[in-house]
Ligand binder design. Structure first.
Ligand SMILES: CC(C)(COP(=O)(O)OP(=O)(O)OC[C@H]1O[C@@H](n2cnc3c(N)ncnc32)[C@H](O)[C@@H]1OP(=O)(O)O)[C@@H](O)C(=O)NCCC(=O)NCCS
Length: 155
């Protein structure tokens, strides 16, 4: 049973561990590694921005990953997700993305590497549609695909 709860200060190190696991960075649009100290400073500030939520994904009450939505200038959001390796591949990602869309309930995009088929499948299963494809960012090797979701199905 997948549920979301708001992230708290106590989740700081665990969120860092999920987000900056080597296998997560390897498939992320932003491959940069961030040390725990730098993450902690960002995280503490970020929790004070209620318009841009961070949710802990729970399966039967245990934390298995994190979803974050950054509110953009036009009011829509940018969603990112990272699940613990052991939690992947059995529907939790799909459940967490669907629950996050329900909570956010506004237009939201996800920027996914062209080689990240698991992420593309999970977001597509939740109604996200590809809207644009852009060349790799500096230093990257993979195109980025922008997926879009909105409550009314329009992009
Ligand atoms: C991306 C991620 C959140 C997906 O969550 P998940 O729990 O693994 O995915 P699910 O089990 O919910 O599967 C959702 C869909 O993806 C498919 N899928 C799962 N793993 C897959 C894989 N390795 N390759 C291809 N498709 C895969 C499933 O078949 C399913 O498709 P369906 O609904 O058509 O049956 C998770 O794998 C993850 O955290 N990965 C590392 C970080 C990451 O890539 N984040 C996203 C960056 S934008």
């Amino acid at each position: 049973m997948i549920a979301l709860r708001p992230a708290s200060l106590d989740d700081c190190a665990q969120v860092w561990a999920w987000r900056f696991a080597a296998d997560v960075r390897a498939v992320s649009a932003d491959a940069r590694l961030v040390e725990l100290d730098e993450h902690a400073a960002w995280y503490h500030a970020r929790l004070l921005e209620p318009a841009s939520p961070i949710w802990i994904v729970e399966d039967a009450g245990a934390g298995i990953g994190v979803v974050r939505v950054d509110q953009m200038a036009d009011g829509s959001g940018m969603m990112s997700i990272a699940l613990a390796r052991a939690a992947r591949g059995r529907g939790a990602g799909r459940g967490a993305i669907a629950a996050s869309c329900q909570r956010w309930n506004k237009r939201v995009v996800a920027i996914i590497r062209a080689d990240n088929t698991a992420s593309q499948a999970a977001f597509e299963a939740c109604g996200f549609r590809p809207a644009a494809r852009t060349a790799p960012p500096f230093g990257g090797s993979q195109d980025l695909i922008t997926y879009v979701w909105s409550p009314d199905g329009e992009s």
